[in-house]
Ligand binder design. Structure first.
Ligand code: UD1
Length: 419
């Protein structure tokens, strides 16, 4: 079993460079199949989720080379529209191949991704939209078989919820559709904008990403170009490192970040008493001695407070000077870290989607278990602040989304060891 040992009590001081965003890389890797050409992507983090995406690309006939943090995908020999079931089961976000392979091959077979550690994760919005665009989708024996009689047709799609994955799948599917596809109530996440940039560099015609209405004008398949692209910095990794600084009463500078992408987190960190100094591509955080409780944290689609930062912020509030109420509005089963934090002396009560956190003076080191990616990161943060040593079991979850978190934090004064 993968484990991390964290020695608590060290103040973090220094600077860290943030790497490319996982949630941008995954759809962009899926988009590399569109042009049947050679695409060069820079600043790809070294993550187990990225390795799985590359395995999928290879399994459908693409050749993929990795040179440091650059990945080169040649999709000219793509010859398979069946996405291997075992790989899809390992990574739910591989569902983003649905749109890109369908539009490239006219067909795709992918296993139904099912739920995950965050609770049920339906894809009804993805499927409804593709059907509205003219795809025939059969759901049989746990597989989705999607077929096109003719080209996909541009149409107006109204999402019931601004789903990140559904917005991405529709954008990918619509690149070669007949006419214009309009997505209303689209997800507005920065990673959607990065996908728009990538598709447009290829010769696609997407506008509006970042707003609630995205428009994709279908283009001719044979007119797409090769692309060289740099992935945007990971706003969730940045937020996690800012909390690492705050929880250790540290003073840390993060480089290679886009402050605008993490405004909701910065706002909450200021409310907790931190001093934040932002410039164009960096942020300095100077933590207070006394962490103030924030009245309420409600997770929301971007630009609201991200669900992917909820567990880390809960760890910070666990040692605040008062009571904080959390409401998780995106995923129904996203409080598993709370039980583990309680083992470390945190005072947290859960009732459905609400968590009430009463700050304690100090967390105490314990053996805890990571149940999911961000929850695992929140336990590392707890370990940094705790008295004594913390052992985090199942730390492999964390490596899905953090490239060298132990190395990055150790460089600014933490003591984290992989055991
Ligand atoms: C993406 C991110 C994930 C992040 C999440 C929310 C990637 C690879 N993953 O996940 O890290 O935590 O956004 O910011 O980018 N829903 C439906 N039907 C659907 C699709 C979604 O009901 O067809 C619901 C989900 O159950 C959930 C909510 O919509 O309650 C948000 O899901 P969505 O935005 O789609 O998240 P993901 O794309 O899965």
């Amino acid at each position: 079993m993968s484990k991390l040992l964290v020695k608590g009590g060290n103040r973090l001081e220094g600077s860290i460079r943030v790497k490319g965003a996982k949630n941008s890389v995954l759809p962009i890797l899926a988009a590399t199949v569109l042009n049947g050409g050679i695409n060069v992507i820079h600043d790809i983090p070294n993550l187990s989720d990225v390795k799985l995406m590359i395995k999928i690309l290879k399994s459908i006939g693409c050749s993929v080379k990795k040179e440091g943090n650059t990945v080169i995908v040649d999709s000219s020999k793509l010859n398979n529209y069946e996405i291997p079931e075992d790989l899809v089961r390992e990574m739910r976000s591989s569902i983003v191949f649905l749109g890109s392979v369908l539009t490239r091959c006219g067909k795709v077979q992918i296993s139904y991704p099912g739920g995950c550690e965050l609770g049920p994760r339906p894809i009804d919005l993805h499927l409804k939209a593709l059907r509205e665009m003219g795809a025939t989708i059969k759901e049989e024996h746990g597989f989705l078989l999607c077929d096109l009689k003719n080209k996909l047709q541009g149409t107006e799609i109204q999402l019931d919820f601004p789903s990140v994955g559904a917005t991405e799948n529709i954008m990918l599917a619509a690149v070669f559709a007949e006419g214009t596809t309009i997505i209303r109530n689209a997800a507005r996440e920065p990673e959607i904008q990065d996908l728009q940039t990538f598709i447009n560099q290829m010769g696609g015609k997407v506008t509006g990403a970042g707003s609630a209405t995205i428009s994709i004008e279908g283009v001719n398949k044979n007119k797409l170009k090769d692309v060289e692209h740099r992935i945007i910095p990971d706003r969730i990794v940045a937020g996690t490192y800012l909390i690492a600084a705050a929880i250790t009463r540290g003073d840390v500078i993060l480089n290679n970040i886009i402050p605008e992408h993490i405004q909701s987190t910065l706002f909450k960190l200021r409310e907790a008493g931190s001093t934040i100094i932002s410039s164009k591509n960096s942020i300095r955080i100077i933590a207070p001695q006394n962490i103030r409780a924030i009245e309420a944290i409600r997770t929301m689609p971007y630009p609201g407070f991200p669900t992917d930062m909820q567990s880390q912020m809960m760890t910070l509030m666990a040692i605040s000077d008062g009571i904080t109420i959390f409401k998780e509005n995106i995923f129904e089963n996203r409080y598993k870290h709370a039980n583990e934090l309680t083992r470390m002396n945190a005072n947290i009560k859960i009732d459905g989607r609400v968590a009430i956190v009463k700050g304690v003076k100090e967390l105490s080191g314990a053996t805890v278990s990571a149940n999911d990616l961000r929850g695992g990161a929140s336990l590392i943060l707890a370990g940094l602040a705790a008295d004594g040593q913390t052992i985090i079991e199942n730390s492999k979850h964390v490596y899905r989304g953090y490239d060298n978190i132990d190395g990055d934090l150790n460089n600014v004064g933490a003591e984290i060891v992989r055991i």
